[in-house]
Design a protein around this ligand. Structure first.
Ligand SMILES: [Fe+2]
Length: 569
């Protein structure tokens, strides 16, 4: 049938027929070009079209829901360098375009008993760099450290890391490709040549082209699918919204589990298997040595050890622009990427209004110049507006403490992870649809071994008992939940249908790409792992309306002496 319906063309042709053929070819060509550019595709909705009627996409059975970790025998996680040659090389941003951090590890980790930690001073931290690969004539030095993960219990193995190096490069030009080598030239043990591109200068007309946003990544075969899809979409910057390696789903002997809460109940302390961090760093080096990554902590980075020390691997392995952004903590900081100001908030440290984080946030927000960085994007790990059963309203205390402040300063978009699924909200503030509230997007679907979140809290029998919803390490288990006071869920802890603030939700692994086009329009696309990398599982233009939603804190700014920029940056 297909062949009989095709138009037949007889040759030779006269001029009239030739004109018709040329016309057909021209039409087909133009159609192809238009389709390629999306001009004839279905129009992409904008937030101005909202609020949208809630949509739930049924579970796609074709996706690979069985998330299995890469084993330690996988060549991608094995050590391939010798001696003190650098490995696990990564780039991260400082607070402004003119500075980045280069991080790497030298020497071998040790796991077992009677360990002898390496001397961090025994290997120098040097980066040679420049705009020409053949002329790496600039040099920067930094600092190094080792960390230990100690379990003083019979039968548990301790861990000591390789030497972790962090070097900050300064004086960089915006939107410029730099080549670099890192290591210790005196051994000699320098890396091969890598390159990264700096962010564009901060202004209302310059933005990174594509920012990838991933969460709850881990290191499974679904993670590799997420990462390969993400690489294919050519990000300029990667945001990881918490839960990095899932090393704490392993005992110190390397035995794995698929669930944090349901396994290892007899362990004297919740163990971790720290080599999983090294595996993750090795697997990610090909992308992170070129594309900067910015990370905020998740609950899986908690990793308690002897003497109640926590978050040691996380705070040791990554470089954060905390000092550069006026923060005294590695758990919260801010940075600019072109005309976007990013606020990275800590859900697992104090967020109370009397605490250091809140005070820092107030000051940071008060100093954002929306003429220079029109877009204000906030990220943290545990979402405020997720409607899945898993972690439902778990971060309610954080929302109660901080939502007013973020709303007052006109945060445009919020990105979270933690819930292993995808969800995009309508613009919302205090559980009420609000054209000036942020769009909240949960992308905790990176593919880790804890698998997918599927049930929703609004389905029959799925609404959790409110007192069970707080998390021990998020707000110290404090309970701030309440029953809704108006709308269809008045008097109840959960809705009995998809809440109106939830615009779109789907359980699938994937990643997102944010493309800020100008000071009012940003294209958000969520990509599912089971699709072609360019295909959109969800897509929307997020539109700012500064005239409708003016940022209110002018009085605050006027009444408070503005800190000197040099002091903060
Ligand atoms: Fe999490």
């Amino acid at each position: 049938m297909a062949s009989s319906s095709l138009p037949s063309i007889s040759l030779p042709v006269n001029v009239f027929e030739l004109n018709n053929i040329l016309s057909l070819v021209l039409t087909l060509t133009i159609t192809s070009i238009l389709l390629a550019n999306g001009a004839m595709a279905m129009a992409i909705p904008t937030t101005l079209d909202g609020p949208f009627k809630p949509v739930t996409i049924p579970l796609d059975e074709s996706f690979r829901g069985n998330a299995i970790d890469l084993p330690d025998t996988d060549p991608r996680v094995q050590r391939t360098v010798e001696g003190f040659e650098p490995e696990q090389i990564s780039v991260s941003l400082s607070s402004t375009h003119d500075s980045v951090w280069i991080s790497w590890i030298t020497g071998e980790f040790q796991i077992g008993n009677n360990l002898k930690p390496l001397d961090p001073k025994s290997v120098a931290s040097v980066v040679r760099y420049g705009t020409l690969r053949s002329q790496l004539n600039r040099r920067a030095t930094g600092h190094s450290l080792v960390y230990n993960q100690l379990y003083p219990f019979l039968g548990l193995q301790n861990y000591t890391s390789g030497i972790i190096h962090h070097v900050r490069l300064t004086g960089l030009k915006p939107d410029t490709l730099y080549h670099y080598q890192c290591g210790d030239p005196s051994i000699p043990a320098m890396s091969g040549a890598y390159c990264f591109r700096t962010m564009p200068d901060s202004s209302s007309t310059s933005y990174p082209s594509r920012i990838a946003i991933v969460g709850d990544v881990g290191l499974t075969y679904n993670t590799t699918s997420t990462v390969s899809h993400m690489i294919s979409n050519r990000p300029d910057l990667i945001l990881l919204v918490g839960d990095v390696t899932y090393a704490n789903l392993y005992l110190t002997n390397g035995t794995g589990s698929d669930c944090y809460a349901c396994s290892f109940a007899n362990s004297p302390i919740h163990e971790t298997y720290q080599p999983r961090w090294d595996y993750w760093g090795r697997y990610m080096q090909p992308v992170l040595s070129k594309v900067p990554i910015m990370v905020v902590e998740g609950n899986h980075e908690y990793e308690e050890q002897a003497e109640n020390r926590t978050f040691i691997a996380y705070t040791s392995r990554f470089a954060f622009p905390s000092k550069e952004s006026g923060s005294l903590s590695k758990f919260y900081y801010s940075f600019n990427a072109g005309g976007i100001h990013f606020i990275m908030l800590g859900a697992y440290v104090s967020f109370d209004k009397s605490g250091d984080q809140y005070k820092w946030l107030e000051e940071d927000l008060a100093n954002v110049d929306r003429e220079v960085t029109p877009w204000l994007v906030a990220t943290w790990h545990a979402p405020w507006y997720s409607t899945y059963k898993a972690h439902y309203r778990e971060a309610e205390c954080m929302r109660v403490a901080m939502e007013d402040l973020l709303y007052k300063y006109g945060v445009d978009v919020v990105f979270n992870g933690h819930v292993h699924a995808y969800e995009r909200s309508n613009r919302v503030y205090n559980y009420t649809l609000d054209p000036c509230g942020p769009v909240h997007i949960t992308v905790g679907d990176g593919g880790n071994r804890e698998k997918m979140a599927v049930p929703h809290a609004d389905e029959p029998g799925n609404c959790p008992e409110p007192s069970t919803t707080p998390d021990k390490i998020l707000g110290g288990g404090k309970f701030c939940g309440f029953n809704f006071t108006s709308g269809p869920a008045a008097g109840k802890f959960c809705w009995d249908r998809q809440p109106d603030y939830s615009a779109f939700r789907e359980s699938s692994f994937g990643h997102g790409i944010l493309e800020v086009k100008n000071k009012t329009h940003a294209l958000w696309t969520w990509h599912r792992n089971q699709d072609f990398y360019e295909a959109a599982g969800d897509q929307i233009y997020i539109v700012r309306q500064p005239d409708l939603c003016p940022v209110q804190p002018e009085t605050y700014r006027l009444n408070k002496p503005k800190p000197q920029k040099a002091k903060r940056r």
